[in-house]
Design a protein around this ligand. Structure first.
Ligand code: 5AD
Ligand code: SF4
Length: 480
């Protein structure tokens, strides 16, 4: 095998799990484009496929911004691309298998287009096992880089293009905060805004703290500046992003936390503010009050519970009990009675008993969420839960998931019906995919609405009377 060592900087889970006290470095000047790369994309196309969560979608917007600064143009046709990049997700095994399927497909494209440059980035690139598998089986991948160094894309591509060598540049150390990268946003009305990176919670099943590093907050002034610019650019909605937004600011000086940040962002007068993901452990009553007291903070909260059983929650390392979670849930409903609450649930955590699973069902019944993302537990190499011996058969886990999903549908339908005959505000995003005479958008409560209205209203917030409530969407008519 060829000696690639000069170009290699491989990931290490052992390094990634360390959390030191070292100060977080914030750079305003870490990104630049080498002169040899300034026009390298002239007459060339790029194609980025994004897997996984909103953090990846936002990273893709940065990657797109960088490529466009090098004169690349976007294409939706993978066969037209000169540079293909897969921005990957490691959260569950099936997410990874999807990526490997695409890797196989690109291998064939490379046969007919040997100049095609092919890269992998994102969370999978941070995993040792993935890098081993790529090196052994997928030599046609030219570039591999991780989540901490996306600003280095021009230099990484330069090495791969001019030295014609495979480049692996994955940093396992916690990462910095890089402020000056460009962005090409995918949507003209709604924008993602990172408020923090990484996660220090180390839930025992989860790979994210290893792939995204230490929790680190952007400075409030940088976040507010970004939002003010979005307001000037005509954006109507922002979603603040972090793995655990409620612990925002813990690494900053003073007592400035998520509640204070929400206040400052509300003051920018951006019409709609959303945020994800909330962690029940750090979500306090004062944050709920801030959310309740601002018209432009949307009454929609994603509050992952994962399990309704205390022993399972303890094994998962979630840091709260069923009772504490329910207390928070009811606080939210007290201060914001109409709030939409959604959740994430894992069934079949190692050795979960039928009784423990039933606790999840009963909690679900009590909260009757607007929506839930439900998953079968998937062992992630290097995490503590992956070492637990699991005595539950996959078939049983599947049955648990199906039964839970029946309840999810029942509650989704019930929660949608509360808007029947109501007049709601919808940010109009475009025409419906299924019927181009209908408009589509989301309400403040994050409900999808298809409705009859004026085509000129795309990009604005309009009033819509709801005439039909289905399990996954509402129907209505614009009110003049
Ligand atoms: N197996 C199954 N689901 C997982 N999640 C995170 N890690 C795993 C895993 N190993 C789920 C959690 C989390 C959501 C983003 O993905 O429910 O909230
Ligand atoms: Fe994963 Fe837990 Fe961090 Fe969420 S809070 S990213 S589930 S470790």
């Amino acid at each position: 095998m060829k000696d690639y060592s000069k170009y290699f900087n491989k990931p290490s889970l052992n390094e990634a799990k360390k959390r030191n006290k070292e100060e977080i470095h914030r750079y305003d000047d870490a990104f630049s484009i080498p002169s040899s790369m300034e026009n390298v994309g002239n007459h060339k196309y790029y194609f980025i496929q994004t897997y996984g969560c909103q953090a990846n979608e936002r990273d893709t917007e940065t990657l797109a911004g960088i490529l466009e600064m090098m004169q690349y143009k976007p294409t939706k046709d993978i066969k037209q691309a000169d540079f293909i990049l897969l921005n990957t997700c490691a959260i569950r095994e099936n997410a990874e298998e999807k990526v490997f399927g695409k890797v196989g497909y690109v291998k064939n494209l490379k046969k007919t287009n040997p100049d095609l440059l092919f890269g992998i980035c994102g969370c999978m690139a941070q995993e040792e096992v993935v890098i081993q598998r790529i090196l052994a089986k997928h030599p046609h991948i030219d570039i591999i880089f991780g989540t901490h160094n996306i600003h280095r894309l021009p230099e990484i591509m330069e090495q791969a293009m001019f030295d014609r060598e495979k480049v692996i540049e994955v940093w396992s150390k916690e990462g910095d905060v890089i402020e000056n990268t460009p962005v090409t946003r995918a949507n003209h009305y709604k924008a993602w805004v990172n408020i923090m990176y990484g996660c220090d919670k180390f839930c025992t099943y989860c790979i994210v703290p290893y792939t995204r590093g230490k929790e680190r907050s952007r400075l409030p002034k940088d976040i507010v500046k970004e939002v003010e610019q979005l307001v000037k650019d005509g954006y109507k909605e922002i979603t603040l992003l972090g793995q655990n937004v409620n612990s925002y600011g813990k690494d900053l000086e003073g007592n400035y936390g998520f509640g204070e940040l929400l206040e400052d962002i509300a003051a920018t007068k951006i019409p709609r503010i959303r945020f994800t993901t909330s962690h029940p452990r750090d979500f306090n009553e004062s944050m709920v009050k801030v959310i309740a007291s601002h018209e432009n903070i949307m009454p929609a909260i994603h509050l992952p519970v994962q399990s309704g059983n205390n022993d399972v929650l303890k094994l998962m390392g979630r840091g709260y009990t069923r009772e504490r979670y329910l207390e928070l849930f009811h606080h939210i409903k007290t201060y914001i009675p109409s709030a939409t609450v959604t959740t994430d649930i894992i069934v079949g955590f190692p050795n979960e008993t039928q009784e423990q699973y039933e606790d999840t069902l009963s909690l679900y019944q009590e909260c009757c969420y607007d929506l839930a993302y439900t998953f079968i537990y998937s062992p992630r190499e290097g995490t503590p839960a992956a070492k637990m011996i699991d005595n539950v058969a996959l078939e049983d886990k599947e049955q648990r998931l199906y039964k839970l999903n029946d309840l999810v549908n029942e509650c989704a339908s019930k929660q949608n019906r509360r808007f029947l005959n109501e007049t709601v505000e919808v940010l109009v995003e475009g025409t419906s995919k299924k019927d181009d005479t209908m408009l589509t958008g989301y309400t403040a409560h994050q409900k999808l609405v298809n409705f009859k209205g004026n085509m000129d209203s795309i990009g604005t917030i309009v009033k819509v009377k709801i005439t039909e409530a289905n399990t996954w969407a509402l129907k209505g008519e614009a009110v003049e």
